[in-house]
Design a protein around this ligand. Structure first.
Ligand SMILES: [Zn+2]
Length: 79
């Protein structure tokens, strides 16, 4: 049998769950952050046919509506 001091025993019984909770929390936070969409470089446009708003890349000149599938073109590009 392993002999452990009372203070060591309570130290282990307190720190192990805390370490487990902190590691689980960091893991969940990391997973949540990687799932988030990154809207940098994207703009919101509205389909001319079905009026469905959606996001697409800022650099795209021709893009496809995700709802009706029609191809759309940016008309007022400032450059
Ligand atoms: Zn559409």
């Amino acid at each position: 049998m392993i002999r452990v001091d009372v203070t060591t025993f309570f130290f282990i019984m307190v720190t192990l769950p805390v370490v487990f909770i902190v590691i689980s929390w960091l893991y969940v936070e990391y997973k949540h952050k990687t799932k988030e969409s990154k809207p940098e470089g994207q703009v919101i446009s509205r389909c001319d046919i079905c009026q469905f708003p959606f996001m697409h890349d800022k650099d795209e000149e021709i893009f496809k509506c995700p709802r009706c599938g029609s191809y759309l073109e940016i008309k007022d590009k400032k450059s």
